[in-house]
Design a protein around this ligand. Structure first.
Ligand SMILES: Nc1ncnc2c1ncn2[C@@H]1O[C@H](COP(=O)(O)OP(=O)(O)O)[C@@H](O)[C@H]1O
Ligand SMILES: [Mg+2]
Length: 413
């Protein structure tokens, strides 16, 4: 009943955050603006790699920086967002880039119009709000775009066309590169663009930004070592307590819902610095709430629901099953309470019962085989491979007479 009367949830568990709810990230944002956007607006090409774990906020950061860079108050770059999620070949990359261009400029009507006129041959149909892309036409030209020379010529033309709308350069985001980095052609393509552009006179003022986990960057470097030199790496870290609080306050504030201090403590504690989890918990709390006030009971129910969601959506089935196992449950909840990304066997053993200790080595071995944790440099040291799993384990143990989230700002290791 209450759900029907709810307005629009200010939480976006599955999407980059809308610009007006973007929170924090002041350090990396400043770096992108000064070393990236401003340089490009002054004519110097820059290549960046936004790096961080799944769900940490890479796409959101890239998109937010793009929005600022596009504005007049910003640097008047033209932003193009490309997802390579479906691409595995050069042709796929070319198609994705063309598609990104066709949809670009949508927040600045004059630019959108210029782009649509220029790329008309790729547009099958237009409605007031949307464009149907003619994929056949796009595919025909994809390979031409997917070479350094072809792409740079295309980019140069786009700037010429957009010049009268004030555009000073391009901000090209290549997101979701997971599927493409194993293809050796990708690393060579990226390096080729950067090198060819560097010797062009004048170069295309291009901010080229890739987003991905660290392993993808390493993979590109191992395929083609000189790639290591081209990126300015922007590291996206887990959010701090203040950033999380700020976010919950703003998001709930936007829909006029108050948050009790102890509820806030619970929600930030269990979010573990991962924006993705904040949104899962916040969204659940939004729908649970009946009186426009999130109290501790609402928060705890929300955390329970979020745990289920997270387990279902983001945890691999084998890991999910193993973490459900009764035999390991008590050890898991004690591991969760250590609340550390890195821990030692001794630390964990110190809080276990005699029976649990007997199972400990099997437990650690199992988590290692499942890639939940990895062995540290020193024997007996372990670290979580994926922060999402650590947070999930913590979320799951909210019932196990876990103490309430600490009141004070708590530093996480
Ligand atoms: N700065 C932020 N403020 C508020 N929410 C954010 C922020 N960054 C990310 N999010 C949210 O966190 C989740 C994951 O963000 P996303 O950008 O998709 O991460 P990634 O690209 O690293 O996987 C999304 O639900 C997004 O809305
Ligand atoms: Mg992303």
């Amino acid at each position: 009943m209450a759900e029907n009367t709810k307005g629009r949830s200010p939480f976006y568990p599955g999407q980059p955050i809308p610009v007006d709810l973007f929170t924090g990230r002041i350090g990396p944002l400043k770096r992108i603006m000064t070393r990236g956007v401003a340089q490009v607006a002054a004519g110097k090409p820059v290549t960046m790699f936004v790096q961080g774990e799944y769900g940490i906020g890479k796409s959101s950061l890239a998109n937010y920086a793009r929005a600022i860079a596009e504005s007049k108050e910003g640097s008047n770059l033209h932003g193009v967002y490309v997802t390579l999620g479906g691409a595995s070949s050069l042709e796929g990359i070319g198609s994705a880039i063309l598609e990104g261009f066709i949809h670009s400029g949508r927040y600045i009507p004059k630019r959108a119009q210029t782009i649509r006129e220029w790329l008309e041959k790729y547009i099958a149909a237009k409605t007031l709000f949307d464009i149907d892309v003619d994929m056949k036409a796009v595919k025909r030209d994809a390979l031409r775009i997917a070479t350094p020379d072809g792409l740079l010529a295309f980019l140069k033309e786009s700037i010429q066309r957009l010049e009268e709308t004030g555009v000073k350069g391009l901000f090209l985001i290549l997101d979701e590169i997971n599927g493409i980095t194993t293809n050796p052609q990708f690393a060579h393509f990226i390096k080729g663009i950067v090198d060819t552009n560097a010797v062009s006179r004048p170069p295309v003022p291009l901010l080229l930004m890739l987003c991905g986990v660290e392993e993808r960057r390493s993979e590109m470097i191992s395929i083609h070592p000189p790639v290591g030199r081209i990126f300015d790496v922007i590291e996206v870290e887990p959010m701090g307590d203040e950033e999380m609080r700020d976010f919950f306050t703003r998001a709930f504030g936007a829909v006029k819902i108050a948050v009790d201090p102890d509820a806030m403590d619970e929600m930030t504690f269990y979010s573990g610095g991962l924006p993705k989890i904040m949104h899962e918990i916040g969204d659940a709390a939004y729908y649970i709430d009946q009186d426009n006030r999130i109290d501790r009971a609402d928060a705890r129910s929300a955390i329970e629901q979020a745990a289920e969601e997270v387990g279902r959506k983001y945890v691999e089935p084998e890991v999910y099953d193993a973490l459900k196992s009764k035999a390991y449950h008590s050890i898991l909840s004690k591991l969760a309470r250590l609340n550390k990304t890195e821990f030692t066997r001794d630390e964990l053993a110190a809080v276990l019962t005699f029976d649990e200790t007997k199972k400990l080595d099997n437990f650690l071995r199992r988590l290692k085989t499942l890639n939940v944790i990895r062995q540290g440099e020193v024997a007996g040291e372990y670290a979580f491979n994926i922060r999402m799993y650590q947070v999930y384990i913590t979320l799951k143990t909210i019932h196990d007479e876990a103490p309430s989230a600490p009141r004070q700002n708590r530093s996480r290791s």
